[in-house]
Design a protein around this ligand. Structure first.
Ligand code: 5AD
Ligand code: SF4
Length: 447
């Protein structure tokens, strides 16, 4: 008797957490066509590269990776696919570099068909964007290394068209996943022993699911309502969410975060720039003062809230004064941490088509250095303020530096390290902070 051959799938993921969540959807879709995941790229029958367009020189990097994979194949039959944001942008040109399939972020349900075409020796592509696809029927295969915390994508796409940003072009229009499907996924995670879920979306707090078929007619569920429902249904799970757009960060949402103990007191609120002039050029739809108002609301409604941000320097027309406004807003907001970048043009965006990338490279580099140095000091100060305080830490792993120590996260999303002393991964432990570095709080479990 012949046994059915198991085919091996290897997925390489770049970019944001949404991409990590998408790769888990892809793993499930590929199972339906006989592919099991492997962590050994050398034994894979299909290699999928889930790509990111925000990275600098995104396309060149993907082409480089394709060339490496061609060399690695050495005559073996392997289906090589480029999926995700770069696939959406570069499309057919990726075939020339050796891709067998090219699949955009809204076409993953078509993978079985596309892979079968490639297995039969033909190239295949689907980069259609959808107004409705949320993969609501798919329970993602948890491929991440943490068995404690997992991602749940709740909305896709973006309608904001910030002038520098490629996302609306690679991921299409905003759409929210049905409440029921989110709840089902959370329930499945709970059954598998997960202790934390991170709800994801490009603008997660713009979530708004409209149920056209409700008995009383149309019924909409807002982000604040969804969070409250999830917090009540899953009281033993920690809930986080990212990334929020400041314009949609309502007081109602802040009150829900404050009300439920299991919704973590941490908000990632990308500021991008501290200058109202630059924010306008970026089409961010808020001013410096309005952003400050949101931070004040966070601080007053959720007093012990962790606060992190995204910021980048060197956008078109940015002067020294604009840059100083960015530094002063960072200092005023006292962010705990930040993702920091310098502007680089993304082909196809409004800025690439209509604005001059006029800040010299060396000026961008110097401004970024100043931003990174400032944030380094702010992170050290923020961690110092936590010394002597006690935090509830969800243990995710052993410490990288010492196996006798455990590593977890506080509600505020700070890494906390402490001696294991009988505690274990997956447990929530009250840890008193004794000292800190720029990146870590170090302490001891309370008796
Ligand atoms: N140049 C530099 N940084 C960018 N980001 C997005 N697009 C660009 C770009 N063209 C940054 C923003 C965003 C984060 C994910 O990446 O800060 O919030
Ligand atoms: Fe990169 Fe943006 Fe696509 Fe995420 S959505 S993978 S950050 S381009």
């Amino acid at each position: 008797m012949q046994t059915e051959e198991v085919k091996r799938l290897y997925i390489e993921t770049y970019g944001c957490q949404m991409n990590v969540a998408d790769s888990e959807v892809v793993a499930t879709v590929m199972q339906t066509t006989g592919y099991e995941m492997t962590e050994e790229i050398g034994e894979a029958d299909c290699i999928l590269i889930n790509t990111c367009s925000v990275r600098e020189n995104a396309e060149q990097r993907v082409v480089g990776r394709l060339q490496e994979l061609q060399a690695m194949k050495r005559g073996r039959r392997v289906v090589i696919g480029i999926i995700g944001c770069v696939a959406e942008r570069a499309k057919e040109s990726l075939f020339e570099s050796g891709a067998d399939i090219v699949v955009g972020p809204d076409s993953y349900l078509d993978l079985p068909h596309l892979v079968a075409t490639a297995e039969a020796g033909e190239k295949a592509i689907n980069t259609n964007l959808s107004l409705t696809e949320t993969y609501s029927g798919i329970l993602p295969t948890r491929t991440g290394h943490s068995k404690i915390s997992g991602f749940v994508s709740i909305m896709r796409g973006c309608n904001n068209f910030c002038s520098y940003c490629i996302v609306p072009y690679t991921r299409g229009r905003e759409r929210s996943r049905p409440v029921e499907s989110i709840m089902k996924e959370l329930s499945n995670m709970r059954e598998k022993g997960y202790r934390e879920a991170v709800l994801l979306g490009q603008n997660v707090n713009s979530y708004n699911y409209v149920d056209e078929g409700g008995i009383d007619g149309k019924k909409a569920v807002s982000f604040a309502e969804l969070m409250a429902m999830a917090a009540e249904e899953f009281p033993e799970m920690r809930l986080r969410f990212t990334s929020s757009h400041p314009k949609d960060m309502t007081d109602e949402t802040l009150r829900v975060i404050a009300k439920y103990k299991n919704i973590c007191n941490h908000i990632h609120l990308p500021m991008q720039s501290g200058s109202s002039k630059i924010l306008k050029a970026m089409n961010r739809k808020y001013t410096r003062e309005w952003y400050m108002g949101r931070i004040e609301a966070i601080r007053s409604i959720i007093p012990d809230c962790g606060l992190t941000t995204d910021v980048f320097c060197g956008f078109c027309t940015e002067t020294e004064e604009d840059h100083r406004e960015t530094l002063s807003l960072m200092e005023w907001a006292r962010f705990d941490n930040a993702f920091m970048f310098q502007y680089s043009e993304r082909p196809g965006t409004f800025a690439a088509k209509n604005m001059k990338d006029d800040v010299p490279a060396e000026v961008k580099a110097r401004r970024l250095k100043e931003i990174i140095e400032l944030q380094g000091r702010l992170s050290i100060e923020s961690n110092k303020r936590d010394e002597g305080k006690t935090f509830e830490v969800l243990v995710e792993n052993r410490s990288r530096k010492s196996t006798s120590d455990l590593m977890g996260r506080s509600e505020q999303n700070k890494a906390v390290v402490f001696p294991a002393e009988g505690h274990h991964i997956g447990e929530t432990v009250r840890v008193k902070v004794e000292r800190s570095t720029q990146a870590t709080l170090i302490g001891k479990a309370e008796e």
